[in-house]
Design a protein around this ligand. Structure first.
Ligand SMILES: [Zn+2]
Length: 260
């Protein structure tokens, strides 16, 4: 058997998504449309309405009702053709999110000790069991929070304009900044007077276990230097972190950050 701790490969994830999608599309006919939400709700869900994305009941229904799921997929496709660049991989990710959300909801609603997808165990619901026994997805409760968020980049700003280059050890540290536990599309306002050009940006924990680094190009606009950086903080530890920025080869300027 495969090591249960081994992360899924990209091919396995694709296969899992395909199988889950097939199951969702075809295995729950619901001809009487029992319990179906309005088309508008499904459309809003497809458009990642934040309130609806937190509605476990709705997500659970859409993922286990083929007509609703088809409608959801159709909405996603429509969105995709409308804005191909922006949501390239989103449809797949949305399916994954739905599947993980359903597995999480199901696991949470089971009695302690029941997993529903334990090896050799008989899963309680026949249609869903096909996907599980064929592909052995592993629902990890501790990963439920990031996995249940929409697969999108959240726009945020980090204002470093009051930072002055590198700092000595004895100097007063600037205040700790909060960053959201999201896939951040971060606009970094660089210290006043920073020249344009390439910058390295990093978010690390103090032990070096967690590190996300990007290289970006800063621009000056109306006297303000800013750089755009995509940083995935969904798996950042909750302890103290530091955010560093520098021009290649120069000293890092650090500030303390906390991811919430
Ligand atoms: Zn339905």
């Amino acid at each position: 058997m495969t090591d249960p701790e081994r992360p899924l490969t990209e091919v396995e994830v694709d296969e899992l998504v395909r199988k889950c999608k097939d199951v969702c599309l075809n295995e729950y006919p619901n001809p009487d449309r029992v319990g179906c939400p309005s088309d508008e709700a499904i459309e809003r869900l497809a458009h990642e309405d934040q309130d609806l994305l937190r509605n476990d009941e709705l997500i659970s229904h859409v993922a286990s009702c083929s007509p609703c799921f088809r409608k959801h997929v159709a909405c996603r496709e429509q969105m995709r053709s409308r804005n191909r660049l922006k949501i390239a991989a989103l449809s797949t990710a949305a399916v994954l999110l739905l599947v993980f959300a359903v597995l999480t909801v199901r696991n949470l609603s089971m009695a302690p000790g029941q997993t529903g997808i334990s090896k050799g165990g008989v899963p309680p619901q026949v249609p869903e069991s096909r996907a599980q026994t064929e592909s052995q997805p592993r629902a990890q409760p501790d990963r439920a929070t990031p996995a249940s968020k929409p697969d999108q980049w959240v726009v945020a700003t980090l204002d470093l304009r009051d930072l002055s280059g590198s700092r000595g050890e004895g100097e007063t540290r600037p205040r700790t900044r909060d960053l959201a536990r999201e896939r951040l599309n971060l606009r970094v306002l660089l210290p006043v007077g920073s020249p344009p050009g390439p910058y390295e940006i990093t978010v690390q924990d103090l032990d070096g276990d967690f590190s996300r680094s990007v290289t970006t190009d800063a621009r000056v606009n109306a006297g303000e230097t800013s750089a755009q950086a995509k940083v995935d903080l969904t798996e950042a530890p909750s302890g103290p972190l530091r955010f560093g920025v520098r021009r290649p080869g120069a000293d890092w300027a650090w500030i303390d950050v906390r991811v919430r």
